[in-house]
Design a protein. Sequence first.
Length: 340
Amino acid sequence: MKAAVFTAPKQVEVRDVPIPEIKDDEVLIKVKAVGLCGTDIHIFKGEYFTEFPVIPGHEFSGVVDRVGRGVRYFKEGDRVTADPNVFCEACYFCKRNLQNHCEDLRVIGVSGCQANGAFAEYVAVPFKNVFPLDDAISFTQGAFVEPLACVAHGLDLAGIRFGSDVLVVGAGPIGLLLLQSLKAAGAARVVVLDLDAEKLRMARELGADLTFAADGREPEALKAVAPRGFDYVVDATGIPAIIEKSFAYLKKAGTFLVFGVCPKDSKISVNPYEIFLNDWKIVGSFAIRKNFHQSILMLSSGKVRTDPLLSLRYPLEKFPELLSRKMSQLDLMKVQISFE
Ligand SMILES: [Zn+2]
Ligand SMILES: [Zn+2]
């Protein structure tokens, strides 16, 4: 089969590799759509825990091609997606239902060649990680289930309350998934901040109550619409300097959700006296903890729209080109490889 392979940091090629062998508890999925994510860029640059070589791709959908002997619930021809996080269910954290902190975590398309991903014609996945996709969900949408599941986990941890006032900083694909999810979760108002006018237009189309350009005048503009700040400030930029500044928009007793992934060795400074005085909560949110079912329902119900977030679909042969475009063009939304 054809696959995109990261052979070493900053080395990518599309080449022929054997179709994965499946174990008794695994399903072989013929890939239909797979999203390119910021994590894939980190992996490519060698900034992640990944071992090389690896076939990347952890946001995917497809059709069951073959099932192992011990597989239940799935058969050939089923339309599916899969949670790429394979938990051991035996370690200290798994036994406390904190599976995203599994001490033996294997992530398909991330960990290494023992868990090759979906930028390939086929991917092998344990059946316990596979989820059916109903006909209401296209394969394109199916490849958004994973990032939306990350959003669901963040909302769970932040404990978004009915009727709250929220600021989302950053209107890339994740910011726009957060925006729609926050509205659906009961936020009374979601305000979105970004540099890019086109992204802000899309935010309004997807339900943002107010949007502001981060043009240097945003502190006054936000102060005018939220004099006491926001109940929740959600960072979807992963840029430390922006996170640091955004604490100024947090209300007393508010919650700051650190959602965007910052560089590993970055630092911010926050005044601990202010955290104390204001009853602030700072919440982190890593990956997902069995949130696929929530994400699938939000997509099939139409509560969260993904089609406006997709800016490019390429065939697999163009993976290296897609990668370099994604790295050079910050204005791109979500990009996918499609096998349809
Ligand atoms: Zn991802
Ligand atoms: Zn574990």
